[in-house]
Design a protein around this ligand. Structure first.
Ligand SMILES: [Fe+2]
Length: 146
């Protein structure tokens, strides 16, 4: 899947155009390059072990234990088979998008964290996408309707 990739921080714009400035690192539009940057399963109905370790699994929870009113929780983990978090092979970060617009990046370090993150969303509708970046196997995407 194609996207406009920031050469500085690896952020991928998925709305079809490069932003004036990268929402993650602030790099200018000239730092973006359109390329086939996001991995997707070759056969979505027959996932390989590699697919199962990398495609984000997104779970939406309508009840938040932290913010009682007006919060929808999104939990994401990599993946159906838990991805390794080893010094040379781990999930470096997860970028989140609502209706293809960037909303958050969560950075992970391998030693003390599992490959997962959570968001507390104000929105209760729209399409939430998560792109995870494996240090060995690149970017992988999944999305859900809220
Ligand atoms: Fe990997």
């Amino acid at each position: 899947m194609k996207g406009h990739v920031c050469k500085v921080c690896g952020y991928i714009a998925i709305n079809g155009s490069a932003p004036d400035n990268c929402p993650v690192c602030g790099a200018p539009k000239a730092s973006f390059q359109k390329k086939d940057a996001i991995n997707t399963p070759a056969d979505p109905k027959n996932l390989t072990e590699g697919d199962k370790k990398h495609v984000p699994v997104i779970t939406i929870l309508r009840k938040c234990g932290l913010i009682p009113e007006g919060c929808v929780d999104a939990h994401v983990k990599m993946g159906q088979i838990l991805h390794p978090m080893q010094p040379q092979h781990y999930i470096n970060h997860i970028d989140f998008y609502l209706d293809k617009e960037f909303i958050a990046r969560v950075h992970l370090t391998p030693e003390k964290l599992n490959p997962a993150a959570a968001l507390h969303l104000k929105a209760s509708s729209g399409k939430l996408a998560a792109i995870e970046f494996c240090t060995v196997h690149g970017a992988w995407i999944n999305d859900v309707e809220l």
